[in-house]
Design a protein around this ligand. Structure first.
Ligand SMILES: Cc1ncc(COP(=O)(O)OP(=O)(O)O)c(N)n1
Ligand SMILES: Cc1ncsc1CCOP(=O)(O)O
Ligand SMILES: [Mg+2]
Length: 208
C-alpha cells in the first residue's frame, strides 16, 4: 500500500460551497500528497454521493492523489476509491474492513487512546483524531482535545494519526509536535479566498 498523504481535504457540500473547484485548486498545489475524502451531507442521496465521488476520483487520478469516501463504503467500492472513513455512527471498523477488504485504506474516528487502540485492532489503517480545536463545520461535537489529546492517541497506536477540527496552517506545528502524521481540513480550504495558496501553506507546514 502506498504511504498515506499528509493533507486530507474533506469536501464541503454545504449550500454555497463549490467542492470540485476547491479540489482542483488543492490538487494543483499538493498533487500526490493530497488525500481527498468525499463527504456529503447526511441528507444527500447515494446517487449524489456517487456522482461527486466519481468526479473527485477522476481529478485525483490525474495527480496520483488518493480518494477516500466518508461513511458510504458502497459508494467507495462502486467508484473504485482507495478506501473510506468511518466514525461512531457508521459501520463498525471490523465490518468496514470486511467491506473494503485487506488492501483498502480505512480511516476511523477516535478521540481517546482506548477507542483508538480498539479501532486499530479492528482494522483501521489510520485514525482521524479530534476535534482538536473548535469548529463550526460540524455541530454536536464534543469539546476539543487540543494537541495534548492528540499526543495521548499517538502514544497508544502505531498507525498514522490525522488531526481534525479547526485545523489551520498556523496550528499545524503544534499538532505535528504532538505526533500527528497529518491533518484533515474542511474550512481551511473551502472558505479560503485562494484555496491553492492555502493548500501550499498547509503542505509547507506539514513538511518543513
Ligand atoms: C480524517 C477524518 N477524521 C474524522 C472524521 C469524522 O468522521 P465521523 O466521526 O464519522 O463524522 P462524519 O464526518 O461522518 O460526520 C472524518 N470524516 N475524517
Ligand atoms: C467532520 C469533522 N469531524 C470532526 S471535526 C470535523 C469538521 C472539520 O472541519 P474544519 O476543518 O472546518 O474544522
Ligand atoms: Mg461518519
Amino acid at each position: 500500500m502506498p504511504s498515506l498523504g499528509r493533507l486530507h481535504l474533506i469536501t464541503d457540500t454545504r449550500p454555497g460551497r463549490d467542492p470540485l473547484t476547491v479540489v482542483r485548486a488543492a490538487l494543483t498545489a499538493a498533487r500526490a500528497e493530497l488525500v481527498v475524502q468525499v463527504r456529503v451531507e447526511d441528507s444527500a442521496t447515494d446517487r449524489e454521493a456517487y456522482d461527486l465521488a466519481r468526479r473527485v476520483l477522476a481529478l485525483c487520478a490525474s495527480y496520483e492523489a488518493t480518494c477516500l469516501v466518508n461513511d458510504r463504503l458502497h459508494v467507495a467500492l462502486a467508484v473504485g476509491a482507495a478506501g473510506g472513513h468511518v466514525g461512531a455512527d457508521d459501520l463498525p471498523v471490523a465490518a468496514a474492513r470486511r467491506v473494503l477488504g485487506p488492501a483498502g485504506v480505512l480511516g476511523a474516528t477516535a478521540r481517546a487512546p482506548g477507542t483508538a487502540t480498539e479501532a486499530v485492532a479492528a482494522g483501521a489503517s489510520y485514525l482521524g483524531v479530534g476535534p482538536c480545536h473548535t469548529t463550526s463545520t460540524k455541530s454536536g461535537l464534543p469539546d476539543p482535545i487540543g494537541p495534548t489529546g492528540v499526543r495521548a492517541v499517538v502514544d497508544a497506536v502505531d498507525v498514522p494519526v490525522i488531526a481534525i477540527g479547526g485545523v489551520t496552517a498556523a496550528r499545524v506545528p503544534a499538532l505535528r509536535a504532538a505526533g500527528a502524521y497529518g491533518v484533515a481540513v474542511v474550512g481551511a480550504l473551502s472558505a479560503a479566498a485562494d484555496p491553492a495558496r492555502a493548500t501550499a501553506q498547509l503542505i509547507e507546514a506539514l513538511t518543513c
